[in-house]
Design a protein around this ligand. Structure first.
Ligand SMILES: [Zn+2]
Length: 80
């Protein structure tokens, strides 16, 4: 299930991700993938790699709370 809010959050996540070329690095991907449910150390490592991280995590927490409230699934990771 998706809705307008899902789409808006997905768009936001993609935009923030595209802003930083660091997002393309494998190290950054691993660091970000560790964030949901991760430790504070995971957060610090990701922050060091990615200056835009605070915007991203804000969008990520919007996503998580929306998914929790509605049972929707925000699909923001396109192919590649
Ligand atoms: Zn939704």
């Amino acid at each position: 299930m998706t809705c307008d809010e899902c789409l808006a959050i997905a768009q936001l996540l993609r935009e923030v991700r595209l802003l930083s070329s660091n997002w393309a690095s494998e190290e950054a991907k691993i660091a970000v993938d560790a964030l949901p449910g991760g430790t504070e150390q995971d957060m610090l490592r990701a922050e060091a790699l990615l200056p835009d991280l605070s915007r991203f995590t804000r969008a990520l927490s919007m996503r998580l709370s929306h998914e929790r409230l509605t049972g929707h699934k925000v699909a923001w990771r396109g192919p590649g």
